[in-house]
Structure formats: structure tokens, C-alpha cells
Ligand binder design. Structure first.
Ligand SMILES: Cc1cc2nc3c(=O)[nH]c(=O)nc-3n(C[C@H](O)[C@H](O)[C@H](O)COP(=O)(O)OP(=O)(O)OC[C@H]3O[C@@H](n4cnc5c(N)ncnc54)[C@H](O)[C@@H]3O)c2cc1C
Length: 587
């Protein structure tokens, strides 16, 4: 197992693929500049390499455990968390009013990629806390903000998100947890939640649970859900801790991966009811959650990038060291390092290219979110729509890449990949959940084709495709890149043709859903292929020292992987009807 945070590659993505300069120029992020970006990312890399990377295996081997209602995290977890909080890492994007640094999300996500690459199970806790901070900041009362935000932003306390119940997973509207009003303005909650990440642990002395529940007179379905803040310990007005609230962890899940992350069954209101405070308005809980959905989904996409990077690095190291057979054209004596076998080279290049592609989609999404906050009026709305369209791509494509690249990593290791010692298998196990939580990748694809493609009459997508076409034109005039230029252009037209199929009048929603997943992959490949090449070309024009490396990967992505878009386009435009017809085959 080997992971060294790839600072240079991340800075390349932020500056040559996205435009960090444009973010800085908005003036919305204080005096942050490229030097600050580099300094923060260097420090984050040091923290990831030294403090978090050792946790990865420790958490896998010695999972969090539950004894007498208390969860003890894996060895080294608490020490690392204290250092993480003291380092101010939870405060990057928080508001200045509550102790945050007000930095762009793009920068925070870049740091998060490193923490995830080092230990995705550790990083989940801070990721969920960031979601809680965002929901409270956007919808909480002034009292709740004053009491909770400084402590969550400083890392003194952590936060959780409680949506899922046994009968309510993807269908959140089916949830049954009950909330009752009390005369003092508080609520009492009764019910059970399952799969709650970091629902209980020993890292902080209080936990702010954000819980979705239903009031007795609430309308059915998603329009009758409210959001509540339920602390593990009640909080006195001065911030000191009061009595234990009526919420307990009733069990920990035994999982395929992310063993270091405690996944809890939480029981609210076994006695008098768990005391909760409303966030936002009654029955508007889902809307409150949705305001933070883009960031949360992007954060999971970033987990995919981090795992893909770590799996590729680990496989590369092994492939340089392991010797078997003689590679074509080998000159020296004895067996060749397996990296010299063209098939192994192909696997490693595929891993690197998919990592870079998913990172590109994530930085473009983060940039769009930042600009939607930094700008005003129509500009802000345009960037918000772009962020909304890119988010399912960033989440689903990147997590699919995380898993696929981890699987390639196992393959590069041969039999040793299947043995736990090398760590290759852990990346595969850890990656699998990222395709499921925070909205399964199937649900992301349906969101893309049903809600995001029609935005502004298709104008959001049209603008993205036009940018990809322009990149293809710029690439095609470079003598060594003409094939890549053609492939990028072809992929863009495949995406345009498939998108037009969805837009056809009277398209049956069942047909559209049947081919949403292949469309999401097609569009992701087309956009990522274009923007990775754009970044590499920019590096060449700026004579960046590592321009050659970026161009090699961009070319491999375009010339070796983008051809997949042609068959995906056929699957989308001609393969929908058979899904319903062939259902008989499942009988
Ligand atoms: C390790 C772990 C950590 C988690 N952490 C949290 C957490 O912190 N907080 C929290 O609230 N939840 C958490 N979850 C829950 C997670 O978000 C859900 O598991 C996920 O949303 C899927 O719900 P489900 O498991 O009920 O699957 P289901 O909803 O039953 O889905 C099963 C399959 O059916 C498909 N499907 C379902 N509905 C549709 C539809 N309408 N259209 C098309 N396909 C559909 C899905 O895509 C999936 O393939 C966690 C889960 C795990 C395993």
C-alpha cells in the first residue's frame, strides 16, 4: 500500500483544467492567491502522508467497536483527528463569522482528495460534518448557528446526516421517524435510523445529528419531511454540555470495506423522546437537505478520485518491482519488471487516465459551485445550473472510476492483489460503497437525464458541448494531436446525439431511465476527455515542467479510451426498448 498526495497534479487540475485565477478574480475569497493555494495544499499533503496514510490499514484491520453503547475508533484515529482539528482543516470553507477561513470549495475539495487517498474511512467523518455545517449555516436559526457552527467548524464537535431507515433508502419520502412539537419550541423525536456514518464515536465529546423526521400532521411523501438538529449531549446557552440526549447507538454494521468508519444503527426516543431543534421550516426538510446535496455528492466523487489515485500509485510501485517473463524487446538479462509488459502498461495507463478524468470532472464541478456563490444575478444562476448538471457526473463517474481503477490495481498485482497484505484489495473493498451512498449511481444518472438535461431548455448542456467542440478544434491543429482531436470531437458528437434522443418529444420515462447510466458515462467521458486535453495543452503552452506527462495521459485517454462513447451512444439511442421487452428473461 502506498500513497503520496499528488500535489502537482492537483494544482495542475485546479489551474490548467479549471481556472483558479478566475475564482481569485471574483474577489469573493479574500486575499487567496496561487501561492496560498500551493502552501495550503503542500501542508495538506504533508498531513495526509504523515498522519492519515498510516491509519488506512490500521482502520481496516482493527475496525471501530461498540461496547456498552460506546464506540471506540481504530488505533491512532483519535490522535490523528485531534491533530486534524488543531490544524484548522475543518475550517477551510466555513464562514468568517463562525471561525472559518472563507476559502473556495475548490481548495477544500483538493485537500479532501488527499485525505481520501490516504484514508477514505477517516475522511468520512469530516465529510459528514461539513454537510452538517452547510445545512445549519444555510437554514439554521441564529441561535443554532451561534451555538453549533463555531464548534463544528473548529472540529471540537462532529456532525452526522440521518436519512436512511430500513424502509426508506433511495425513497427518503417513506421515512417513519416521528417528531412531536413541544410548547417550548423544541421537538421530541422517536424512531430508528440505519447506516449512519460516524453516528457514535470517541473522537469528540459531542455529536450534532441532523435527522429527517415527520410531524404527526405532515403531508405524505417527501413534502412532509422536516429536518432537526439532535445533539448527543444537550448544550447549555454558554456552549457547555448538559444532560445526555435520548439517542443511542444500538449496533455497528460489519461491512465489506471502510472498516475504520463506524456505521451505526441509531435509536431516537427510547425513553422520553430525543430533544431536537427544527432546521429551516416544518415540512421543508428535504429542500434544506438539497441545498447541500451538490457539495455532499461532489465530496463522495472526490472519494472515488482519492481511491483511484492511491490504487494506481500502489500498482505502479508493485509493477516496477515485480519481475516475470521477458517483455517484448527486453535487452537486459533475466526477467523483466512487469511494468514493461505492454498489457500491464495499458492497465496502469488506464488507471492513471481514469483518475485524471474523474479529477477533472470534480474540479470543474467545484469551480462551478464556487462561481455560483461568488457571482451575482444571471451569472450566478448559470454557474449554479452548470454545477447541478455536473454534480451527478462527478459523483457517479468518479466513484465508478474509483472502483474500476482499484480493480485494475488488483489485476496488476496478480495473485498478490487478492491477498490482503499488499493493500490493493482494500482499495477495491473501500471503493465499492462510494457507488451506493449519497444517492446510488443509478439514481444519479436518472437525476441527470430527467432533471438536469432539460435545465434552461437544454442550454446548460449545449454550452458544455460547445466548449468541448472548441477544445477539439484547438487540439486538432496541433500536429501530434490530430487523432486525439478527432476522438474528442467524435465523443462530443456522440454525447450530443444521445442527449438529443432524451430530448425527443414524448420520450417514455421508462425508456429514458433504462439507458440513463450509459448516458452518464458517455457524457462524462466526452467532457473529461476534452478538459483533460485542454489542461495538457495549456501546460504545453505555459511550458510547465511536467507538460509532457500530462500530454501523454491526455492522449492515452483520447486515443485509447474515448472510442467507448460510440458504443455507449448506440446503447442509449437503440438499446432502451429491449430492457422492458427482455424482462421476461428474468422469470
Ligand atoms: C457504509 C454505509 C454508510 C452510509 N452512511 C449513511 C449516512 O451517513 N446517512 C444516511 O442517511 N445514510 C447512509 N447510508 C445509506 C445509503 O445512503 C443508502 O444505502 C443508499 O441511499 C441506498 O439506499 P438502500 O440501501 O435502501 O437501497 P435501495 O434504495 O433499496 O436501492 C436498491 C437498488 O434499487 C435501486 N433503486 C431504488 N429506487 C430506485 C428508483 N426510484 N429508480 C431506479 N432505481 C432505484 C438503487 O439504485 C439500488 O441499485 C449508508 C450506507 C452504507 C452502506
Amino acid at each position: 500500500m502506498a500513497y503520496t498526495a499528488p500535489v502537482d497534479d492537483i494544482v495542475h487540475a485546479l489551474t490548467r483544467i479549471a481556472s483558479f485565477d478566475r475564482l481569485v478574480a471574483t474577489g469573493a475569497f479574500g486575499d487567496v492567491d496561487l501561492a496560498t493555494l500551493r502552501a495550503i495544499l503542500d501542508e495538506s499533503a504533508r498531513f495526509s502522508n504523515e498522519q492519515l496514510e498510516p491509519l488506512c490499514k490500521a482502520g481496516d484491520r482493527t475496525p471501530a467497536r461498540l461496547e456498552a453503547g460506546k464506540v471506540t475508533t481504530s488505533p491512532g484515529w483519535k490522535d490523528a483527528y485531534v491533530k486534524w482539528a488543531r490544524g484548522g482543516w475543518g475550517a477551510l470553507t466555513g464562514s468568517h463569522d463562525f471561525g472559518g477561513q472563507g476559502l473556495p470549495l475548490s481548495l477544500a475539495m483538493a485537500a479532501q482528495e488527499m485525505w481520501n487517498g490516504a484514508s477514505v474511512a477517516f475522511c468520512l467523518g469530516p465529510t459528514l460534518t461539513a454537510g452538517a455545517i452547510e445545512a445549519i449555516a444555510a437554514h439554521g436559526s441564529e441561535d443554532l448557528k451561534a451555538l453549533y457552527l463555531p464548534r463544528l467548524i473548529s472540529g471540537e464537535w462532529m456532525g452526522t446526516m440521518n436519512l436512511t431507515e430500513p424502509g426508506a433508502g433511495s425513497d427518503v419520502g417513506a421515512l417513519r421517524t416521528r417528531a412531536e412539537r413541544r410548547d417550548d419550541g423544541t421537538y421530541r423525536l422517536f424512531g430508528s435510523k440505519i447506516f449512519i456514518t460516524y453516528g457514535e464515536h470517541d473522537l469528540t465529546n459531542n455529536i450534532a445529528h441532523l435527522v429527517l423526521a415527520r410531524l404527526p400532521d405532515a403531508p405524505a411523501g417527501t413534502r412532509g419531511i422536516s429536518l432537526f438538529l439532535v445533539p448527543k449531549y444537550l448544550v447549555n446557552p454558554d456552549g457547555s454540555l448538559g444532560a445526555r440526549n435520548d439517542v443511542v447507538c444500538a449496533g455497528l454494521e460489519h461491512k465489506l470495506g471502510i472498516h475504520g468508519s463506524p456505521t451505526c444503527t441509531m435509536v431516537y426516543g427510547e425513553r422520553e423522546g430525543a430533544v431536537g431543534w427544527l432546521i429551516g421550516e416544518e415540512n421543508r426538510g428535504l429542500a434544506a437537505m438539497f441545498t447541500m446535496m451538490n457539495n455532499a455528492r461532489l465530496a463522495v466523487g472526490i472519494q472515488g478520485v482519492g481511491i483511484a489515485e492511491a490504487a494506481t500509485q500502489t500498482a505502479l510501485l508493485y509493477a516496477r518491482d515485480r519481475r516475470q517473463g521477458r517483455a517484448p524487446g527486453a535487452t537486459g538479462q533475466g526477467m523483466s519488471p512487469i511494468i514493461e509488459h505492454p498489457d500491464v502498461t495499458r492497465m496502469l495507463l488506464t488507471g492513471r487516465a481514469l483518475t485524471v478524468a474523474s479529477r477533472a470532472l470534480c474540479v470543474l464541478t467545484a469551480e462551478a459551485i464556487d462561481l455560483s456563490h461568488a457571482l451575482k444575478g444571471d451569472d450566478a444562476a448559470r454557474w449554479a445550473e452548470r454545477a447541478a448538471l455536473l454534480t451527478p457526473l462527478a459523483k457517479a463517474f468518479s466513484t465508478d472510476c474509483g472502483f474500476d481503477v482499484a480493480s485494475l490495481g488488483v489485476q496488476v498485482h496478480g495473485g498478490m492483489g487478492y491477498i490482503e497484505e499488499t493493500g490493493a484489495a482494500q482499495y477495491l473493498r473501500d471503493a465499492r460503497i462510494t457507488q451506493i451512498y449519497e444517492g446510488t449511481n443509478g439514481i444519479q444518472a436518472i437525476d441527470l437525464v430527467s432533471r438536469k438535461l432539460p435545465q434552461s431548455g437544454g442550454a446548460t448542456l449545449a454550452a458544455l458541448l460547445d466548449e468541448a467542440r472548441a477544445i477539439a478544434r484547438d487540439v486538432a491543429v496541433e500536429p501530434d494531436l490530430s487523432i486525439a482531436g478527432r476522438r474528442i470531437d467524435g465523443a462530443t458528437e456522440d454525447a450530443a446525439r444521445a442527449a438529443a434522443w432524451f430530448a425527443a418529444l414524448g420520450r417514455d420515462p421508462g425508456d429514458a431511465q433504462a439507458v440513463a447510466v450509459p448516458f452518464l458515462r458517455l457524457l462524462s467521458l466526452a467532457l473529461a476527455g476534452a478538459h483533460v486535453m485542454k489542461g495538457a495543452l495549456a501546460a504545453r503552452h505555459h511550458r510547465d515542467p511536467d507538460a509532457g506527462r500530462h500530454l501523454a495521459i491526455a492522449r492515452f485517454l483520447a486515443e485509447h479510451l474515448l472510442d467507448e462513447t460510440a458504443s455507449l451512444a448506440v446503447r442509449v439511442t437503440e438499446g432502451a426498448a429491449i430492457v422492458a421487452v427482455a424482462r421476461d428473461g428474468l422469470e
